[in-house]
Design a protein. Structure first.
Length: 368
């Protein structure tokens, strides 16, 4: 009996060995990995209203930065992927997608359907980067993804790396699909996304798109992106230029942290946003004795004045657009139990918001 058991175990092990040997070694070579996608409104002459167009980019294995660009149309994004597979030599897999962009045209119509599809696709990870593609022409997605760029990476990885470093120490707030989803479904907050534009042989972040619910309604211009980030989150930035009485001054090694204070009276809120900022003077356009503490104080006061004035203007702009990007509604909800989202949206434009920057500047750095 013992010998029979040993024979059965031996035969079972042998079967496992041969079965394992039959598994393909390089399954990655048998599929097309989607690493980037651009969603757009279908503009083909025969398309029905509401159809979508999706442009995919897949790296060509062992070909450096060379890619394959595929495009398809459909009533739903799921359908587009299925029909696009018909013209691909290999099955399309979305498990390696790194970047997903929406055209301005689609964003202005509303992203609810496209966004819902992204969230529900179990093959797409939460760390995917999301953004808006600037431009109003046809085939913007194809132009972007099939472009030739001065980089060793393929276009999807190029965009991913560009967004990453601009979020780490640049002007972009930290973001990914997970954070987008949180903002999108949170009562009392509207989402925002970076806007990208194709140049000749490069891609640039030009601004930040602002949303009112699921529709793109305006943007934070490049000159105000610094302010937007400091109002949103605790951040560390490389440098920023300010105009002061002593000349144009660049401060660097900037560390900032915002705090929100809510006061509710008779069911109506008011807000104070305080931003603590520490930095050092790196460069100044005019010769100035920075050993003199009075000169440093003049620069500090001018920086604070500029930040408070421009910060208040930016908040007013968000309110006029009806875009609650700073989550004032969500913060009001935390302090007021009878909170009603519908009522908040009515009062948002007229809610008092005061911006106060507290800046500590040291005089170390390069002086010109």
């Amino acid at each position: 009996m013992e010998n029979i058991k040993k024979q059965v175990i031996f035969l079972f092990s042998l079967c496992l060995l041969f079965t394992t040997a039959c598994v393909p070694k390089n399954i990655i070579d048998d599929i097309s990995l989607i690493q980037g996608a651009v969603f757009d409104v279908a503009s083909d002459a025969g398309s029905d209203r509401g159809r979508v167009k999706v442009t995919y980019v897949c790296p060509i294995q062992r070909k450096g930065n060379k890619v394959q660009v595929l495009q398809g149309y459909g009533n739903t994004i799921k359908q587009v992927k299925t029909t696009t597979s018909l013209e691909s030599g290999q099955p399309l897999a979305s498990g390696q997608i790194r970047v997903t962009l929406f055209t301005e045209k689609l964003a202005k119509k509303g992203l609810s359907s496209a966004f819902d599809t992204l969230i529900r696709d179990v093959n797409i990870g939460n760390l995917v980067y999301v953004g808006i593609l600037e431009g109003g022409g046809n085939n913007e997605g194809e132009k972007l993804l099939s472009g030739k760029y001065s980089t060793a990476s393929n276009v999807a990885i190029y965009i991913k790396k560009m967004l990453e470093h601009n979020m780490k120490t640049g002007l972009l707030p930290n973001d990914n699909l997970y954070m987008q989803t949180f903002r999108y479904y949170r009562d009392g907050q509207d989402t925002y996304m970076p806007i990208l534009k194709k140049k000749k042989n490069s891609i640039k972040v030009t601004s930040i798109a602002l949303f009112k619910q699921d529709k793109y309604v305006g943007k934070v211009e490049e000159k105000d992106m610094f302010l937007f980030k400091t109002l949103l989150e605790k951040s560390q930035l490389d440098s920023h230029e300010f105009k002061t009485k002593l000349g144009y001054t660049i401060i660097n090694n900037i560390r900032s942290s915002p705090s929100y204070h809510v006061h509710v009276k008779d069911g109506k809120p008011s807000f104070v946003i305080r931003v603590k900022m520490a930095a050092r003077i790196q460069e100044i356009s005019k010769h100035t004795n920075l050993e003199n503490k009075k000169n440093v104080e003049i620069i500090r006061k001018d920086v604070v004045k500029n930040l408070n004035t421009d910060g208040a203007k930016l908040v007013k702009k968000l309110q006029s657009l009806g875009a609650d990007s700073l989550a004032l509604g969500a913060k009001f909800k935390e302090h007021y139990r009878p909170f009603q989202l519908k009522e908040w949206r009515k009062m948002y434009k007229d809610v008092p918001v005061k911006v106060q920057y507290e800046v500590d500047i040291t005089n170390s750095g390069v002086i010109e």
